[in-house]
Design a protein around this ligand. Structure first.
Ligand code: C5P
Length: 217
């Protein structure tokens, strides 16, 4: 058990962006690369966990020993996460689009006419909040928070609002999204922990070690 501290645990991880269709050829997206989520999935599998990785559209190879489910939109991701329950730990790393188009067009929108086609948006479900309130809430539920300012205040507020156990907060004002490194502030009910700037796979192993420690207590 020393080398596989998460043996017997089932962990569900979301990663990457979501794509929200505008029409058959266009979508709304964000700059998430999926690299941090994939690195966490890899570290969790190395620690012996059964890992289900719900991945938005990304160009990354599936880590060894990980079960991957590919999804496009936030609503697809929500469904896949629900279908993956129950689990011992859920880590919601995905940068889920907050908004989707109210109704995606069946055919490509043409640019005839002089006014641009208006985009009507509607709010996406919050997968993390939904899971926190559900009757199969995982015993350890972890959210991420990408912020550009007031990291600890925003992370603490998010912890309370979303009903999760930990928030892994990172400052994305630099080139974190798509970049190699990540600098983390881990926010839990027991206080905050500032981690040194490190490659995403190092951050992943550190988070997995924290989770293992949590279950050993
Ligand atoms: O509110 P914000 O998007 O900053 O919250 C980030 C956290 O919430 C992440 O863990 C993200 O995966 C999760 N989230 C979600 N569903 C959404 C929006 C965010 O699960 N629709």
């Amino acid at each position: 058990h020393q080398h596989r501290p998460l043996y017997g645990k089932k962990i569900v991880i979301t990663a990457g962006p979501t794509h929200e269709p505008i029409d058959p050829v266009r979508y709304i997206a964000n700059r998430s690369s999926g690299r941090q989520g994939f690195a966490i999935a890899e570290a969790a599998a190395e620690a012996g966990a059964e890992v289900i990785l719900v991945a938005g559209p990304v160009h990354l190879t599936t880590p060894a020993g990980v079960i991957r489910m590919d999804v496009e939109s936030a609503r697809d991701m929500e469904r896949a996460v629900q279908n993956a329950m129950p689990c011992d730990v859920a880590i919601m790393v995905a940068a889920v689009a907050d908004w989707r188009t109210a109704d995606a067009a069946d055919q490509k929108i043409k640019k005839n006419g002089d006014a641009p086609a208006p985009l009507k948006l509607t709010e996406n479900p919050d997968i993390l909040t939904g899971l926190a309130k559900s009757n199969h809430r995982p015993p350890l539920l972890i959210g991420f928070a990408a912020e550009t300012e007031k990291l600890s205040q925003h992370a603490a507020a998010k912890l309370a609002k979303k009903g999760c156990d930990w928030i892994v907060a990172n400052d994305v004002s630099g080139d974190v999204m798509g970049g190699d490194n990540n600098q983390i502030l881990l926010v839990t009910q027991n206080g905050n922990e500032q981690w040194a700037d490190a490659p995403k796979h190092v951050v992943a192993r550190k988070l997995i070690a924290k989770i293992a420690e949590h279950f050993q207590k």
